[in-house]
Design a protein around this ligand. Structure first.
Ligand code: C2O
Ligand code: CU
Ligand code: CU
Length: 497
């Protein structure tokens, strides 16, 4: 299951032997498309950023146009860049015929501008949140959080990236030229029908959520960055899937360095060869391409690897040898162009200082149990859609405040899954994981997080402090980030006062 220590840090013989010569029948004739780089919108000067929530069309597949949703684009939205101690002013216009709520995932902002399901923008209406950015440099994102429809709207395209800079991140020497050696990498999976339209049904989603068969990266299938410099390249990876957990590795099994997690830079770079990501998580990594060889970042479906009980490496072998498994062919290719100015400086030994609270500062402990149960029909025909998705025995109810938290004090949250694997996410904060799967937190999980994975019948705990307020009218949410679990009720509301 996801996130075991051995998996995260496994170093094995090169997997490239298995990738050579492998072709996927469905897409083998396709030329790789260029990696689309979402337009970068600089929000640091405080001018309102216009964001149009609208329908669109995109030819993901050759010769077929898919109906999509997007934010000022046909699919996905622009990357919003902001800075600590500045104000990000957004102006959303909903030109859809249905309501939309848009949440700033990872932002430490008050509930009234958090964009939870209570803040639905009616068709034709505008919403203009002013966001005071007071948190450290990080890669965050924004996405649909519409009540009961987050999964469907994100699937069709309502999501985008947010980059926060600060003085500390300015002061360390990291690749930071957006679209050149600092690349957004938004990974999602989608299923297309014969006409090229997205296939999605919350009701027909299995108990693990809705899985797509085709991987999109920034909205392109198996894309290529035509030219990256022969030096260090930073990838801001977002698992923007509805439900899939991904495992990432380079085709030549090269080591890369994880430098950041959900809420900002790690204390120090962590060398890795494979990396698992659950829906909602962000990982910033730096890969060194100064050898001039092109590199290929492979995207695996964790659930397919899990089917193989022998562990990850045999799982990879197994997938590579299975000619019908399209997931093996999903990748992002990075071609090196020696003519480009490259970032050659060594990675800094220290990236950020992360200060954990003293035990005496922990003022309160809360327990959360995530569960999925058959919804009462115990007959043989009980479908997955009938599963009750709950936290502490209750499904999401907009009229119920589940928890009341005091602002500005540290708490310990202990979170357990009774059944299934769930990425547990909390609004309005970043937290520090103390234990994962009931044991020591791996080094790459020791930075600021807003999403933590709970395995089946497993628990984690973290310490958290909320610095902004959330009222009964505009509470924060905690929930499973498998969007079908969220939409089916695995979510709760809390105030911070
Ligand atoms: Cu990314 Cu409440 O969500
Ligand atoms: Cu969030
Ligand atoms: Cu879940």
């Amino acid at each position: 299951m996801p996130f075991s220590l051995s998996r995260r840090h496994f170093i094995a013989g090169s997997v490239s032997a298995f990738s050579v010569g492998f072709t996927c029948p469905a897409w083998s004739n396709m030329q790789p498309t260029r990696l689309p780089i979402p337009e970068l919108v600089d929000g640091t000067n405080g001018d309102p950023v216009d964001l149009q929530i609208r329908t669109g069309k995109r030819a993901f597949l050759p010769g077929l146009e898919t109906s999509t949703l997007g934010i000022s684009q046909d699919y996905l939205g622009p990357t919003l860049r902001t800075r600590r101690n500045s104000e990000l002013n957004l102006s959303y216009t909903n030109s859809l015929s249905e309501g939309v709520a848009i949440h700033g995932h990872g932002l430490h902002v008050p509930g009234i501008v958090d964009g939870g399901p209570q803040l639905e923008i009616a068709p034709g209406d505008q919403w203009q949140p002013r966001l005071s950015i007071l948190q450290p440099a990080a890669t965050c994102w924004y996405h649909s959080h519409t009540h009961g429809k987050s999964g469907e709207q994100v699937y069709r395209g309502l999501a985008g990236m947010i980059i926060i800079d600060d003085e500390e991140s300015d002061a360390i020497d990291l690749p930071s030229r957006y679209g050149v050696d600092d690349l957004p990498v938004i990974i999602q999976d989608r299923t297309f029908d014969a006409q090229g339209q997205f296939v999605y049904s919350l009701n027909e989603a299995g108990e693990d959520g809705w899985f797509g068969e085709t991987v999109l990266i920034n909205g392109a299938i198996a894309p290529l960055v035509a030219a990256v410099p022969a030096g260090k390249v930073r990838l801001r990876v977002l698992n923007g899937a509805n439900a899939r957990f991904y495992v990432l590795a380079f085709a030549d099994n090269r080591t890369f360095f994880k430098i950041g997690s959900d809420g900002g830079l790690l204390a120090e770079p962590v060398p890795m060869t494979t990396m698992e990501m659950s829906p909602g998580e962000r990982c910033e990594v730096v890969v060194d391409l100064s050898d001039g060889a092109s590199a290929e970042l492979l995207v695996f479906f964790e659930d397919e690897i899990d089917a193989e009980e022998e562990g990850l490496i045999s799982g990879l072998q197994n997938i590579f040898s299975e000619t019908n498994a399209p997931s093996t062919n999903w990748s992002l290719k990075l071609n090196v162009d020696q003519a480009l100015v490259a970032h050659k400086a060594p990675l800094p030994d220290v990236l950020a200082s992360i200060v954990r609270p003293e035990e005496a500062e922990i003022a309160n402990v809360r327990d959360f149990v995530l569960d999925m149960e058959d919804g009462g029909d115990h007959g043989a025909h009980a479908g997955h859609a009938a599963m009750d998705m709950t936290i502490n025995g209750a499904a999401m109810d907009m009229s119920v405040i589940n928890e009341r938290v005091k602002r500005g004090v540290w708490e310990r949250w202990r979170v357990r899954s009774n059944q299934g694997a769930h990425p547990f996410h909390v609004h309005g904060c970043s937290f520090l994981i103390e234990q994962m799967e009931g044991s020591v937190t791996p080094p790459d999980q020791q930075g600021w997080k807003d999403t933590v994975v709970l395995d089946d019948d497993d628990w984690s705990e973290f310490v958290v402090r909320f610095d902004h307020s959330a009222t009964e009218q505009h509470p924060y949410m905690y929930h499973c980030h498998i969007l079908e679990h969220e939409d089916r009720g695995m979510m709760g509301q809390f105030t911070v006062t």
